[in-house]
Structures are given as structure tokens and as C-alpha cells.
Ligand binder design. Structure first.
Ligand code: C2O
Ligand code: CU
Length: 544
């Protein structure tokens, strides 16, 4: 393994999209930001220099950071923000991950424009477990707001209602030619007839699960979240915010021009959604000179087709080969059953409350709407600072109720505001059953865990049945992921071994739900020997 160095300057830059020009926050002036290239097991040192006027943190999404939560990045969980003029050198320690992951800002809504791909190649002397592609390309899906994202965020916080919906979806920073003023802002993927291309697909959108398809070209999924899967051929993919998918595209069709298209999968009934479609163009070299031939659109599932999304999500399987074995824990030391809900809070005096019936929205896990502290949980834990967090994140919901019933007791909709974590012994095994609820509105939730990937051993619709459902767990080749879309009015069970000492965030990767508090934090204690303890903090931790 080797050490690689990157310099990330967080600064504003001017971009023109959708007939308007505005200043956005970027890394090194690029949007999407720079791609990091590394090999499995490398160490990447990133000097983050904040020359913007905003507080910022950067997270390496999918990097486990063994023993090193200090460089993980989520604001007020593992660090305080890097203030304007501040510098923080982050040590990104790669271990098992191989394939595509990504990086993004982890403070307020800055990640709308501050994000990029993180590509991890196999170690020298080893190969992909699939046919070597002729070339590869990141396909970063995102959202574009005509307004300043800081204003959108502030207004969202101030009103307590739903956030403004973005004005476009984008592929590699570009909306594509179905949007106004965007024919020049269309990403083009040019290919030779017969080539195989590795698409490194990242959903960097803030608030939407997305369907993606390529006209006439099914793709072969070979990896997700920096881990290989059994090859899976599909006409469309469904990808939650935070997720990554490695897919092979074979340019073996009539050498013409084809649309690559993506749009929202939106399962919440009363959640405003965006029905617009972002496009890129797949163009065979024989067709370069025939730019007039207009591409055809692929079929995408309907915007609220939960079955289509779920059938994709639940088909992923670990490669489970000799070189890429499955290590799913068979015995469970800590079992947590957690609801994931959208909630309401009564309107505090003297503020506007645009949620249903004059309330404000909140969101929760086990009815705790997590409040970010003023000193990060990691430093509070490490330096024994009292009163920053409690250790009472509930292991099950109380009272239990019919989670997915169509009508709910309105009293259940109110959540508690609190900062509660759960502590795990080093090397203990953890199972978490994530149960969606129909409070306020049932919808899918892309749940993400920092510090370790988890095996997705089971999922289904309705209420989890502790007698029946575990019998159908897949303990043979469950996919290894860091983000999983829990289906609307359904549940998902994940398992992992807590072998990474530190402080690790778990949250919904819909930015609006994160802001509303759908999150918790796990502390994995140090083991006994030196090699199973957290590394010491770097000397330049941003001050709180
Ligand atoms: Cu993609 Cu907590 O992050
Ligand atoms: Cu959510």
C-alpha cells in the first residue's frame, strides 16, 4: 500500500445551469468535485483548506476508517466544523473497500455541490472479479437548485415544513437536453462499438431515490458500496442517496445515440416530488458525425413504483467467492429493533410552522429525534466531557404499535428531541432491524452507517415478524453495503461486527430527514490490546 496526497480547497465558483448563473460551493472550483483514485489498502491524506465563508466538514462515504474516527467527518459527531480560513488534514485509511465509493460535505446541505467520486482499484497483482473493462467513467447523479442552496436550507429550517424541491436532476453536474437551456449541458459518453465500460454510479442527490436506465442497453451490476456482487443483469437500477453501484455497459447495439436517463422514485404519498428526467447521451463513434439522429428514451419505472424499486434492491447478492468471502455474524450479541419515522412537533411560540396543521416536521429512530450537540460526540467521549450525550438510545420502540397500519394514533406522531447513543463492546456482533412506519407518511428511507459496512440479511413489507421473518434471512450471500433503502411500510435487517473502535453515525441519507433528526450514533469501545484501540487524535482537529 502507498500514501497518496490530495489538496481540497473548499471555495466558491460560478456555474451556469438552467438558464441562470450562480455561485456554488466547490472543491478546487470543480463541480462535481475531483475524483480520488487509490488502491485497496492505501492511505490517502487530504489537506482540506476552507477558503469559503461557510463552515464545512468532509466525509469519505464508504471508508471504514479503521480505528480512526477522527477523519470521518460528520459535523458534531466526529469533529467540529472547519471554520472559514481553517485547515484540517484528514487521514483516510482504506481497508477492505474495493470499487466505487464517494466523498461529500457533511455539514448543513453543502453536500449538494461538494461531492465527488472515490475510486478504489484492486491491489497490485490482483484483478477485478469480472471481465476487464475497456474504460471506466463515474456517473454522478445529483440535484440542481436555481436558488442558493444555503438559502434553501435556511428557509427549510425556518419554516418547519417540507424543503423546496430541486429544479433539476443532473448527471455529472449537467441536467441534460430535456431541460431548458441545457442542450450544451449534457454529459456525453462516447464509445467504440464492442467496448465494455465500467460505470461507477453514485447517487449524490439530496432527497431522492433515483431510477436509472440506458436505452437498449441493460447493465450488469458487479458491485455496490465498495464491495463486489454476483453479476446481475438489469434493464434499470434503483439507487438511494449515498449508494454506489458498479455496472458494466456493453456497447453492442446498433452504433447510434442512446439516452442514459434518471428520474425520481418517490414513495411518499404527500411528499412533493420531481417528475423531470435528467439525461446523458451514450454515443457510438460511428454516430459522432450524425449528431442529428435523436436518441431514444429508455423505459423507467413509474415514479411511485415501490415494487420496481424493491425488486432491484432485494436482488443484490455478495460475490461470496474464495477471494471475497462473506463474514456475516451468525450469532448476535446486540439486537436493536428501531422504527424509522417521520414525525411532527408542536409549534414553538413565535415561529412559523408550515408542517401539517401548523406543526413542524421532525424525524426519528425509535421515536428519538436526534439533536446534534455543540461539541462533537467523539471528542466528548474521548475527553470524558459530561452532559453532551446520553447512552439511552432505546433497543426497541415503546410502546410497540402497529407500525404500518393505515391510520395511526396521532399521539404517536410526536417525537422526543434528545441526543442518545448506543455503546457496543469491541468485537460484539450487532443486528439492527429497521422498521419503517406509516406515521405522518410512509416512505422509503436510505439508511447509512459510518465506520463499518453491514450485511443486509433480510427485508420485507409490513411489520417485521420476529417469529417468521428471521427464518428467511440470507446468511449465505447477503450484500455488503453501507447504505440500504428500507422499503416503504416495510423493514430491513442488517448485521455487522463492531470491530472498529470509535464513534459512528447512523442516519437516513435523505438530507431533509437527517436535518429532522432521523439518526443515532454508535460508540464502539476499545478492545484490550493496543491494535484494537482508537488512534490518538490528530493535532489539527478543528476547534469547537
Ligand atoms: Cu454519505 Cu453520513 O453520509
Ligand atoms: Cu428517511
Amino acid at each position: 500500500s502507498q500514501a497518496l496526497a490530495y489538496r481540497f480547497e473548499v471555495k466558491e465558483a460560478t456555474y451556469t445551469r438552467l438558464c441562470g448563473t450562480k455561485s456554488i460551493l466547490t472543491v478546487n472550483g470543480q463541480f462535481p468535485g475531483p475524483t480520488i483514485y487509490a488502491r485497496k489498502g492505501d492511505i490517502v491524506i487530504v489537506k482540506v483548506v476552507n477558503i469559503s465563508k461557510y463552515n464545512i466538514t468532509i466525509h469519505w462515504h464508504g471508508v471504514k476508517q479503521p480505528r480512526n474516527p477522527w477523519s470521518d467527518g460528520p459535523e458534531y459527531i466526529t469533529q467540529c466544523p472547519i471554520k472559514p480560513g481553517g485547515v484540517f488534514t484528514q487521514t483516510v485509511i482504506l481497508s477492505e473497500e474495493e470499487g466505487t465509493i464517494w466523498w461529500h460535505a457533511h455539514s448543513d446541505w453543502a453536500r449538494a455541490t461538494v461531492h465527488g467520486a472515490f475510486i478504489i482499484y484492486p491491489k497490485h497483482g490482483t484483478n477485478y472479479p469480472f471481465q476487464k473493462p475497456d474504460f471506466e467513467v463515474p456517473i454522478i447523479l445529483g440535484e440542481w437548485w436555481k436558488r442558493d442552496i444555503v438559502e434553501v436550507y435556511k428557509e427549510f429550517r425556518a419554516t418547519g415544513g417540507e424543503p423546496n424541491v430541486s429544479d433539476a436532476f443532473i448527471i455529472n453536474g449537467q441536467p441534460g437536453d430535456l431541460y431548458p437551456c441545457s442542450s450544451g449541458d449534457t454529459f456525453k459518453l462516447q464509445v467504440h462499438n464492442g467496448a465494455t465500460i465500467l460505470l461507477r454510479i453514485i447517487n449524490a442527490a439530496l432527497n431522492h431515490v433515483l431510477f436509472l436506465a440506458i436505452s437498449n442497453h441493460p447493465t450488469i451490476i458487479v458491485g455496490t458500496d465498495g464491495s463486489y456482487t454476483k453479476p446481475l443483469t438489469r434493464d434499470y437500477i434503483s439507487i438511494g442517496p449515498g449508494q454506489t453501484i458498479d455496472a458494466l455497459l456493453e456497447a453492442n447495439q446498433f452504433p447510434g445515440r442512446y439516452y442514459i436517463a434518471a428520474r425520481a422514485y418517490s414513495s411518499g404519498v404527500n411528499v412533493s416530488y420531481d417528475n423531470t428526467t435528467t439525461t446523458a447521451i451514450l454515443e457510438y463513434d460511428a454516430a459522432y458525425n450524425n449528431a442529428s439522429s435523436s436518441p431514444s428514451l429508455p423505459c423507467l419505472p413509474y415514479y411511485n413504483d415501490t415494487k420496481a424499486s424493491y425488486s432491484f434492491t432485494s436482488s443484490l447478492r455478495s460475490l461470496a467467492s474464495k477471494d471475497h468471502p462473506v463474514k456475516v455474524p451468525l450469532k448476535v450479541n446486540h439486537r436493536i429493533f428501531s422504527t424509522i419515522s417521520v414525525n411532527l412537533l408542536p409549534c414553538p411560540v413565535n415561529r412559523t410552522c408550515e408542517g401539517p396543521n401548523g406543526s413542524i416536521f421532525a424525524a426519528s429512530m425509535n421515536n428519538i429525534s436526534f439533536v446534534l450537540p455543540n461539541i462533537d460526540v467523539l471528542e466528548a467521549y474521548y475527553y470524558h466531557i459530561k452532559g453532551v450525550y446520553g447512552k439511552q438510545f432505546p433497543r426497541y420502540p415503546h410502546p410497540p404499535f402497529d407500525f404500518t397500519a393505515e391510520y395511526q394514533d396521532l399521539r404517536l406522531e410526536v417525537a422526543k428531541l434528545s441526543t442518545q447513543v448506543r455503546v457496543f463492546r469491541y468485537n460484539s456482533t450487532v443486528e439492527i432491524i429497521l422498521q419503517g412506519t406509516n406515521l405522518v407518511s410512509g416512505l422509503d428511507h436510505p439508511m447509512h452507517l459510518h465506520g463499518q459496512s453491514f450485511y443486509v440479511v433480510g427485508s420485507g413489507f409490513g411489520n417485521f415478524d420476529k417469529h417468521k421473518d428471521p427464518k428467511h434471512y440470507n446468511l449465505v450471500d447477503p450484500p455488503l453495503q453501507n447504505t440500504v433503502v428500507v422499503p416503504k411500510n416495510g423493514w430491513t435487517t442488517i448485521r455487522f461486527k463492531a470491530h472498529n473502535p470509535g464513534v459512528w453515525y447512523m442516519h437516513c441519507h435523505f438530507e431533509r430527514h437527517l436535518t429532522w433528526g432521523m439518526m443515532t450514533t454508535f460508540i464502539v469501545k476499545d478492545g484490550k490490546d493496543l491494535k484494537s484501540r482508537m488512534l490518538p487524535p490528530p493535532s489539527d482537529m478543528p476547534p469547537c
